[in-house]
Design a protein around this ligand. Structure first.
Ligand code: EPS
Length: 402
């Protein structure tokens, strides 16, 4: 069974649900594993009042017995505490014709949000029927799924971390820092900055945007280390890991651009300055790049490819960056058109965040971890973790004969 997931839940509905299918039996998963990542996603300077209401915790519903996967669908639920304030407006049953509900109908679509294309597509007369699901609240469920994938990858020494490299036009320079140092600093930083030196500047930037009723975007980077060469495929376009990773990251709410390794910069340089020369030395591990995985002795001294060649891992760290647009819900809304009266309006103001780039970075980790777990299981899949481990070990032994 291939590894898949689905999420369900509206942002102001009772709960979020995530179901993961295709996990091997015997993987140890605890609520702490999931809650740690849920808390990391909730942290971050620039979030709105909603984060003070929510306290995301996973409740397992199926798929585990005594802390280990059974091979059956793993169902996880995260409560929306805000539901208590929305039960009337978001009732799952009934007619929805009370005065209170009518008074909250949204007919003014926000530029940059799913509101307008969504009401047209689904024949809706209240944009709430679209925005409730389009909301980035859904990413809490994806982070829960990603935490399970991270748990799986950790069994094989594969780690995934993220940091913000640009926020509101301010670059965060991590040149010369090790991945370990960046990951630690990012987890301690309210901006997920791998270098704390610019935090005062970042705070001032977010505060100014908040005062001006504006919002900010940014760029985050996700890094995966310890990968064996050969995950993914160049044989089928659908199997190309670069495409699958980019698609997964691009599917995060608010993402408008994705690049791998040198990315767009590589298009400006000649090939001699882009491609990573290949060397071989079975014994000289100290020459390997930090985060180098299993290659049987082949190594590079640069990683402009971002760990992917021909849609496959090459054993170097995967480095993938994503550009997040500023949040569409502005304190001082942009012009829009009421879709009932067709009159120009300033778009509706829903309560919102000023900046959610640090949170999006944690979601980036989750979706990257999930795609990597899928690719790992495609190559080393089995019904029980012991079978997966045995297949992986066999491959490592084989690599050492190359
Ligand atoms: C979001 C709008 C805000 C965010 C929300 C995403 O929610 P609300 O409309 O309730 O103020 O707080 O993010 C979350 C709830 C979350 O958990 O990240 C949106 O429109 O995308």
């Amino acid at each position: 069974m291939a590894l898949h997931y689905v999420t369900a839940g509206e942002t102001h509905g009772p709960q979020l649900t995530a179901i993961v299918t295709g996990l091997p039996a015997g993987l140890s998963v605890t609520a702490d594993d999931i809650n740690r990542d849920l808390a990391r996603r909730q942290a971050g300077y620039g979030r709105g009042k909603r984060m003070a209401i929510e306290h995301d915790r996973v409740q397992f519903q199926s798929g585990l017995r005594f802390g280990r996967t059974l091979g059956s669908p793993l169902a996880m639920v995260i409560e929306n505490r805000d539901w208590a304030n929305w039960q009337g407006i978001m009732a799952l049953e009934g007619r929805g014709d009370s005065d209170a509900t009518r008074a909250r109908i949204i007919t003014r679509p926000r530029p940059g949000h799913a509101d307008l294309p969504g009401v047209l597509k689904w024949h809706q007369h209240d944009a709430r029927n679209v925005l409730e699901r389009a909301s980035a609240r859904e990413t809490a469920a994806r982070v829960a799924v990603g935490a399970v994938a991270r748990r799986f990858l950790a069994e094989f020494g594969i780690r995934v971390f993220s940091h913000v490299v640009h926020l509101g036009g301010i670059p965060i320079d991590c040149a010369g820092l090790t991945y370990a140092a960046i990951a630690e600093a990012a987890d301690a930083s309210p901006f997920r900055a791998g270098n704390a030196a610019c935090e005062d500047l970042l705070k001032a930037r977010v505060d100014r945007a908040a005062e001006e009723g504006d919002t900010l975007g940014g760029i985050f980077e996700v890094v995966a280390t310890g990968l064996p060469a050969g995950l993914g495929s160049c044989m089928e376009s659908a199997g190309r890991l670069d495409g699958r990773l980019a698609g997964a990251v691009m599917s995060i709410q608010g993402i408008k651009g994705v690049e791998i390794g040198l990315g767009f910069e590589g298009a400006r340089l000649p090939g001699s300055r882009v491609h990573d020369p290949i060397f071989f030395d079975r014994e000289r591990e100290e020459r390997y790049l930090e985060g180098h995985g299993f290659t049987g002795g082949y190594f590079r001294t640069s990683n402009n490819a971002g760990g992917l060649e021909g849609g496959m891992t090459n054993g170097e760290p995967i480095v993938i960056r994503a550009a997040m647009k500023p949040i569409a819900t502005l304190g001082r809304p942009l012009p829009s058109v009421d879709f009932v009266t067709k009159e120009p309006f300033h778009a509706a103001h829903e309560r919102s965040d000023v900046c959610a780039v640090p949170a999006a970075a944690v979601v980036g980790e989750a979706v990257v971890a999930f795609v990597l777990a899928q690719a790992f299981l495609e190559k080393f899949g089995g019904d029980h973790m012991d079978e997966v481990s045995a297949a992986f070990e066999r491959y490592l032994q084989y690599l050492n004969t190359r």
